[in-house]
Design a protein around this ligand. Structure first.
Ligand code: SF4
Length: 293
């Protein structure tokens, strides 16, 4: 791990239609979880040596000042470009300290992670939820731990993520799953989708947001293909034949899977429409958006 200095921490979003996030927050740059499909390693983000985690050493001081200066509160999203619960967070505690500031300043939070380390901060999320919206999400792409170990090698396997979601739900937190990507020819079968929705239900998860396919562009495509060649010989050629150089690589089964997924979610009362998800986790907090001091 390395340290870098940050100039800003909170980025204001133009719209809040992605999980209701008014701001984005990244306390780390890079991620060592090693997911073979990770879009964040794409060249367009200009992150050299993506797997080296860089902690923003002045993040907490900057965040404190940025929160103090905001005239309105809102929901802060974290986890889009790097996992806020990478293994260094155990000792760096940037995410934990940021949550304490978010609580103090009465902002809301949505988090996305694949690591069960989030359990450490469950009390902080609970504290924030007493005054502002909180949505704790974990990404799950397969219900098969053996496959998860190959495609997401350095982070909690899927069953540990479901266990974690269960702990967070039991605490009364609003929990969700981002079911994305769903890798064509590896994860895009009905059995996988049905079993993820069932396990989500058992873990008390209230929402799942899916994408039946993946994205590939320069940087992550080469990395992904190298790993396919290593673990699934022949598959990279199938990807190349099917998708060529496309950015969006939808599963050929996407339509059918969406129908099955929706039926399963309806059966368990799990929400999967983005607008409904936002409305549900923000229900009961002011007007559901911003509150003025
Ligand atoms: S956890 Fe997220 S940011 Fe980290 S490697 Fe996996 S997909 Fe990329």
């Amino acid at each position: 791990m390395e340290y870098i200095k940050a100039k800003t921490i909170l980025q204001k979003n133009k719209t809040n239609d992605w999980f209701g996030n008014d701001y984005n927050m990244n306390l780390y740059r890079g991620c060592c979880h090693g997911c073979i499909y990770c879009d964040s390693r794409s060249e367009c983000y200009h992150i050299d040596d993506f797997e080296t985690v860089r902690a923003k050493e002045n993040a907490i001081e900057i965040l404190r000042e940025e929160l103090r200066r905001k005239r309105t509160t809102g929901v802060i999203g974290t986890g889009s470009m790097s996992d806020p619960y990478n293994p260094f967070e155990k000792t760096e505690r940037l995410t934990e300290r940021a949550l304490a500031l978010i609580d103090e300043n009465r902002f809301g939070i949505t988090v996305i992670t694949k690591s069960s380390l989030i359990r450490r901060d469950s009390d902080l999320y609970k504290d924030i939820s007493r005054h502002s919206p909180v949505l704790c999400k974990m990404t799950v792409t397969t219900s098969d731990d053996a496959l998860s170990r190959i495609i997401e090698p350095n982070v909690s396997v899927s069953s540990e993520r479901f266990e974690t979601l269960s702990v967070l739900s039991d605490k009364g937190l609003f929990t969700g799953i981002t079911l994305m990507p769903v890798l064509p020819f590896l994860e895009d079968d009905a059995e996988n989708i049905i079993s993820i929705v069932r396990l989500a239900h058992e873990a008390g998860v209230k929402c799942i947001y899916p994408a039946f396919g993946m994205t590939l562009r320069s940087g992550n495509r080469e990395y992904f293909y190298r790993n396919l060649d290593r673990f699934f010989p022949g598959l990279s050629q199938r990807y190349a034949d099917t998708f060529g150089g496309s950015y969006e690589c939808a599963s050929p089964n996407a339509r059918g899977l969406m129908r099955i997924f929706a039926d399963e979610c309806d059966r368990y009362g799990i929400i999967y429409d983005m607008k409904k998800i936002i409305k549900a986790y923000k229900a009961g907090y002011d007007d559901g958006q911003l509150s003025f001091f």
